[in-house]
Design a protein around this ligand. Structure first.
Ligand SMILES: [Zn+2]
Length: 199
């Protein structure tokens, strides 16, 4: 059963502190597990319904950007760093070489013009809580000038090595999670995009 508004937990940050409001733990009756061969008790089920507060911290600009149709990355601008200028996607808050805080940059245009498939894997069976249509076409993506490889999902088209892809964003109903970002093969039309997604 979907939760009513009274059964949900909401959180705001006010004066730098988390202010929870609503319900975060919903109790549910447990059930016994009986051994059908012996009639003896083997255990119990343990239903738990909790709302977890997952803080994004320094990665928040990345997730906020997706809902606005922007792919944010990070770059080391430390003049004393041997790898100065390295761009990281997935977004890294800190440079792995000098451990200084990276600069947040917008790489949307770079992704739109240079993204291509490095490798891929097609998954027919998913784990619990999967929200993606199956089979899931996971793709590893290269971008020009980016030192890391991004894993995402190909929403339209068939994956092939070196095939050009473009990012799409869930700008109409953003969830502020990584599923707001997906990719489609170059040449896909707007009408083929999943519900809520735009280029
Ligand atoms: Zn650095």
């Amino acid at each position: 059963m979907p939760k009513t508004e009274n059964e949900k937990g909401f959180v705001d940050v006010v004066n730098g502190r988390y202010k929870p409001k609503g319900v975060f733990h919903i109790p549910e009756a447990n059930q016994p597990i009986f051994n059908k061969d012996t009639g003896k008790l083997a255990g119990i089920t343990n239903p738990r319904d909790m709302t977890y507060m997952h803080s994004y911290g320094g990665e928040a600009p990345f997730f906020e950007g997706l809902g606005k149709g922007k792919l944010m990355a990070s770059r080391c601008d430390n003049a004393k760093c041997e790898t100065k200028g390295s761009i990281y996607q997935p977004f890294r808050i800190y440079c792995p070489d000098c451990l200084r805080k990276n600069t947040v940059i917008d790489m949307t245009d770079l992704a739109k013009t240079t993204a291509k498939i490095h490798s891929y894997i097609i998954t027919h069976r998913s784990g619990a809580f999967n929200s993606l249509p199956k089979p899931i076409k996971f793709i590893n993506i290269e971008f020009e000038g980016v030192v890391t490889i991004l894993m995402s999902v190909l929403a339209v088209g068939e994956p092939e090595f070196d095939k050009k892809v473009v990012p799409i964003f869930n700008t109409k109903t953003p969830t502020y999670t990584i599923t707001d970002l997906r990719f489609v093969v170059e040449g896909t039309s707007e009408s083929e995009l999943p519900e809520g997604f735009t280029f």
